[in-house]
Design a protein around this ligand. Structure first.
Ligand SMILES: [Zn+2]
Length: 121
């Protein structure tokens, strides 16, 4: 319960000096990792917003964006508001392989799948 409170209100805790408690409960690497992820997400949102602003100036609409988001969301087989990486099937052993891997993690067979720039993230 305390951990949930600390994690759930991490930003306000940091501002009010409660980060000392959080650092005592979790190793400092974890807090630093979360802070780094927060920064990356903020930067990513800024880039996405800039790109969308550019596209809107070219005449694209919010409805078009919503339609494409829904299409991409459903493409991984689950409409859950997330874009999950869809595994590929190893042509040699039939195991599921993450699309960013050049070889099957079970048998080492090259998948032949060329990951897209987004799959490499
Ligand atoms: Zn395999």
């Amino acid at each position: 319960m305390i951990a949930g409170y600390v994690l759930g209100s991490r930003a306000s805790n940091r501002a009010s000096g409660m980060s000392v408690v959080a650092n005592a409960m979790f190793d400092k690497g974890s807090v630093a990792d979360v802070d780094a992820l927060d920064l990356r997400v903020d930067r990513l949102l800024l880039v996405v917003e800039a790109l969308w602003t550019m596209l809107k100036k070219d005449g694209h609409t919010d409805q078009e964006l919503a339609d494409i988001i829904a299409e991409l969301d459903a493409a991984d087989g689950s409409v859950d508001g997330r874009r999950s990486k869809v595994p590929i099937t190893c042509p040699s052993c039939g195991s599921k392989v993450a699309p960013n891997l050049p070889k099957c993690q079970f048998c080492g067979h090259a998948t032949g799948h060329e990951p897209s720039p987004l799959e490499r993230i």
